[in-house]
Design a protein around this ligand. Structure first.
Ligand code: SF4
Length: 93
C-alpha cells in the first residue's frame, strides 16, 4: 500500500457483495453473511485501519475490520475498563 492513499482503495471488500457486510439481524441467514464477510476481512490488507476507523466512529453498523457491531461494542467497553483500571492504579500509587 502506498502511503498517502485512501485505505479504502485497498479494501478486500471493494468488489464484494455489500449485503454481506450489512446483514439484517444476528440469526438465520445473517449468520452466514457475517461469516462470509469476516472471511473476506481476514485477508484484507487494511483490516487494522478499517477496525480502528469503526471503533473511532463508534456508531458504525455492519461488519468492519472483521468485527460485528456487538463485538466492537465489547471492545470499546473493555478498553474503557482498562483505562479506568490504569487511572485508578495511577491514583493509588
Ligand atoms: S477489513 Fe473487511 S470491511 Fe474493512 S475494508 Fe477490509 S474487507 Fe472491508
Amino acid at each position: 500500500m502506498t502511503t498517502g492513499t485512501n485505505w479504502r482503495d485497498h479494501a478486500a471488500c471493494l468488489n464484494a457483495d455489500p449485503d454481506l457486510f450489512f446483514p439484517i439481524g444476528t440469526a438465520g441467514p445473517a449468520l452466514d453473511q457475517i461469516d462470509k464477510a469476516k472471511r473476506i476481512c481476514q485477508a484484507c490488507p487494511v483490516r487494522t485501519r478499517c477496525l480502528a476507523w469503526a471503533l473511532d466512529l463508534g456508531a458504525a453498523s455492519g461488519i468492519w475490520g472483521g468485527t460485528t457491531e456487538g463485538e466492537r461494542r465489547a471492545m470499546r467497553r473493555a478498553a474503557t475498563r482498562q483505562r479506568s483500571r490504569a487511572r485508578q492504579k495511577a491514583i493509588h500509587e
